[in-house]
Write a protein that binds this ligand. Structure first.
Ligand SMILES: *Cc1c(COP(=O)(O)O)cnc(C)c1O
Length: 249
């Protein structure tokens, strides 16, 4: 598949490609600096969050070497994955997910990072098993999204820390699902460092029981340095690479 099919100019001087390349380089420099400052030997994985940006930008990013992209809405992600049609690109689902969308998500996603309840685990397990039979796809990596809100806060953005272990056991009980680890978003207005430190503690407890669940997906444009300091293995960076998201109506 050539870039032309996606309406992307083959001209390497395409200004949008040049802009994405420059922003990627800047983010990569921040990641490298934070990795060194944390005394870590290797950089975390970068997932470029492309939500609200067109498929053509994913094609440009792929040409620049990006292999992991993140999306938070099934309808948008499914359409974009089909339009990009590049088997080198892995799609990571990072948004709130209704169980009835599981069947759609397993058709394109290599991971779901927002697993937050038993019902969703069961729906994903069933959907991926069926899809593995018909398509030969590999298993689905699952990250349990943990809420880092104070206990008084609402927990719509993830499971309560107390529920992580039962979710982990449930994921491991499904043949097509692989427990990768944890995902979290730092609470608005709080100190991201203390939130990610708490996440690191939950991860340590999880790994005592599930030693393979080593992934920690944390860190966005504003707080990637704090996430790296506290052990993030995956970063989800959107606006600092793609620019601000177009307003939606
Ligand atoms: C949008 C989004 C991101 C990326 O955030 P930026 O601030 O644009 O880097 C990361 N994680 C989740 C869950 C998101 O929804």
């Amino acid at each position: 598949m050539t870039n032309q099919e996606h309406g992307v100019p083959a001209d390497p001087a395409d200004p949008r490609s040049a802009q994405l390349a420059a922003r990627l380089a800047e983010v990569d420099r921040r990641i490298a600096d934070a990795t060194t400052a944390a005394g870590r030997s290797s950089k975390p994985n970068l997932i470029v969050v492309t939500k609200f940006h067109p498929a053509a930008d994913v094609v440009r990013l792929a040409a620049l070497g990006v292999r992991d992209v993140g999306e938070n809405r099934d309808q948008e992600a499914a359409a974009k994955a089909a339009e990009v049609g590049d088997p080198r690109v892995r799609w990571h689902f990072i948004g709130q997910l209704q169980s009835n969308k599981a069947k759609s998500v397993v058709k394109y996603a290599s991971s779901v990072q927002s697993v937050d309840r038993i019902q969703l685990v069961d729906a994903l397990g069933k959907a991926v098993a069926r899809h593995m039979d018909t398509s030969g796809r590999a298993g689905l990596d699952c990250f349990i999204q943990v809420s880092l809100e104070d206990d008084a806060g609402d927990h719509r953005g993830g499971a309560r820390p107390a529920d992580v272990m039962s979710l982990a056991d449930r994921i491991e009980g499904q043949a097509g699902l692989r427990l990768a680890g944890l995902m979290a978003v730092a609470p608005l207005g709080g100190d991201p460092g203390s939130a990610f430190e708490k996440l690191a503690g939950i991860s340590e407890a999880l790994r005592l029981v599930h030693p393979g669940a080593t992934a920690i997906s944390a860190g966005m444009s504003q707080d990637l340095e704090a996430a790296i300091k506290f052990g993030a293995t995956h970063l989800r960076i959107g606006s600092d690479i793609l620019g601000s998201r177009p307003a939606v109506g």
